[in-house]
Design a protein around this ligand. Structure first.
Ligand SMILES: CC(C)(COP(=O)(O)OP(=O)(O)OC[C@H]1O[C@@H](n2cnc3c(N)ncnc32)[C@H](O)[C@@H]1OP(=O)(O)O)[C@@H](O)C(=O)NCCC(=O)NCCS
Length: 141
């Protein structure tokens, strides 16, 4: 788990900026980061303690949560790191008695979430200028 404002948090913002914003010519604004201060943040570290993947969790209500800002370091993709982080976070949410996870998938990453059991809901829409689709997974009944 990553604590808001910690050294690891600074690594998280750098990783997210490199992976999720810079390629779109965007950057995080102070107010964007302040608005997510109460979200849960998880990451995976390599053997040197360097952050290689991260995501945020926004609690929606007592039973549902939203996964956001999933990012894996570019040179380490395709090695199962994204899946490992998602699986660990799903286990944590199950332990906390959550039943449903939702997310807004970038269309090019849809199959990654498909393989993890997320299913599309509704129509494609645009967020930060690129096509997305809402996806949902039941993790408990
Ligand atoms: C999408 C992302 C998180 C996946 O992480 P990863 O560590 O590369 O994924 P994994 O290696 O764990 O892949 C798990 C499975 O999903 C598949 N997969 C991964 N990324 C995929 C993609 N973009 N499109 C289709 N399938 C993908 C893998 O081939 C693998 O399939 P397999 O089980 O048949 O081998 C990562 O590529 C990333 O950070 N991309 C840029 C940022 C991004 O798009 N984030 C998501 C925003 S919604």
């Amino acid at each position: 788990m990553i604590t808001f404002g910690s050294e690891l948090y600074k690594e998280e913002i750098k990783l997210r900026d490199d992976v999720l914003r810079a390629p779109l010519g965007l950057e995080y604004k102070k107010e964007d980061l302040e608005a997510e201060a109460d979200e849960l943040r998880y990451g995976l570290l390599d053997s040197d303690g360097v952050l290689v993947a991260c995501l945020l969790i926004r609690i929606l209500d007592n039973t549902s949560a939203k996964i956001r800002q999933m990012a894996v370091k570019e040179e380490l993709r395709g090695k199962g790191i994204g899946r490992e982080l998602m699986n660990k976070v799903e286990s944590e949410l199950k332990k906390k008695k959550f039943k449903k996870i939702e997310l807004h998938a970038r269309m090019y990453a849809k199959n990654f979430y498909d393989k993890l059991g997320y299913r599309p809901v509704g129509k494609e829409f645009t967020e930060i200028g690129i096509p997305h689709i809402k996806m949902v997974k039941k993790i408990a009944t």
